[in-house]
Design a protein around this ligand. Structure first.
Ligand SMILES: C[S@@+](CC[C@H](N)C(=O)[O-])C[C@H]1O[C@@H](n2cnc3c(N)ncnc32)[C@H](O)[C@@H]1O
Length: 322
């Protein structure tokens, strides 16, 4: 069976979008002309493949098959600066990202929401896993390019989309796109979820997105669940004494033309103010609440205390449109 050829980088030249499939020497940086356009969210899409690498060390279904098929290790190794560095990072980043994935499910369960719109789904398997339950309706969304790759990838892996599972192209800055995706719920309450998206959005984009989400959630009594609220203070604590992470962040900035640390909220007060002013009430809950297993700790023989030191300060927010 042929391997799906996944774009490593998308490049904009003379206002035309070109796919670049990586170079002999690693990941090619984008030119300044591309940055001017700022319709460049598709540069963020390759990071979905980075996350897919760390997820392979978990018990999340399909993660190993996905990672193998797209050579996630190759993408991740280039970004991290080699296999050895990547291995060191995996020992704590894999459990951290496992917690990020599983804390969403834990909150959806707690809140009793079975209708879910996932933003920026990348190549994460959640939609395929959750729709095993017939009472679930799951709408997978992302930017057009990666959403097409997602469809092709799962088809190639022989993982069937079920009748309660939909795909819809959504740029979170477009209210039209979001309204289109919410139609699958036929007026019933639904939850919007995402992970790994906010770090790539500048404040004005986060504002536009929050306004759009408020518009679609308010009339349908929905909730908004995300583990993505992060502060500059937290990033600095993570980076401190961790040169491999500094390198990884720099490589991610090179590919995405976005700086995760600059994009973060100043502190918790700033984040709370931001979402309250956007019209949401906020429930702040811990990433790890003991309701799920962190399987990658055992698989990677990770230092549990080190991992928990990273996970403990993180929160998953459950918000409601006031
Ligand atoms: C780090 S990946 C996370 C993917 C997935 N949620 C996961 O955890 O594996 C970031 C994702 O954000 C998406 N993205 C970036 N800008 C976006 C936008 N404006 N609207 C929708 N999705 C966007 C990218 O296409 C990419 O799939």
């Amino acid at each position: 069976m042929p391997t799906v050829r996944m774009a490593l980088i998308t490049k904009v030249t003379n206002k035309k979008v070109q796919m670049v499939y990586g170079t002999k020497n690693g990941i090619e940086k984008i030119g300044d002309n591309a940055r001017e356009l700022r319709t460049d969210h598709h540069f963020v899409s390759p990071t979905a493949k980075l996350v897919a690498h760390f997820r392979r060390y978990t018990d999340i279904p399909y993660s190993e098959e996905i990672a193998q098929r797209i050579d996630a290790q190759g993408v991740a190794s280039k970004l991290a600066g080699g296999d050895e560095i990547l291995h060191g990072l995996s020992s704590w980043l894999a459990p951290y990202l496992e917690a990020r994935y599983k804390c969403i499910g834990s909150q959806l369960e707690r809140e009793g929401y079975r209708n879910v719109m996932e933003l920026a789904a990348g190549i994460a398997p959640r939609g395929f896993v959750m729709t095993r339950y017939p009472d679930v309706t799951h709408v997978d969304t992302d930017l057009g390019g990666i959403l097409d790759e997602r469809k092709a990838l799962f088809k190639e892996l022989g993982i069937q989309k079920r009748p309660n599972h939909y795909f819809h192209k959504v740029n979170v800055l477009s209210l039209d796109d979001l309204e289109g995706a919410s139609r699958y719920f036929e007026g019933k309450p639904f939850a919007v979820i995402h992970e790994g998206l906010l770090p790539y959005l500048i404040r004005e984009e986060k504002q536009a997105m929050a306004k759009n989400l408020h518009s679609i959630l308010k009339p349908q009594n929905g909730i908004y669940v995300t583990p993505d609220v992060v502060t500059k203070i937290r990033y600095k604590a993570m980076i401190d004494g961790n040169p491999s992470l500094v390198e990884l962040f720099a490589a991610i900035s090179g590919v995405t033309a976005r700086n995760m640390v600059d994009n973060a909220f100043e502190d918790w007060e700033d984040a709370v103010r931001f979402y309250e002013q956007s019209g949401f009430s906020i429930d702040r809950r811990p990433y790890y609440d003991g309701t799920y297993e962190l399987s990658s700790i055992g698989r990677l023989k990770s230092d549990t205390e080190r991992v928990m030191a990273m996970i403990r300060p993180r929160e998953v927010w459950v918000m409601r449109a006031k």
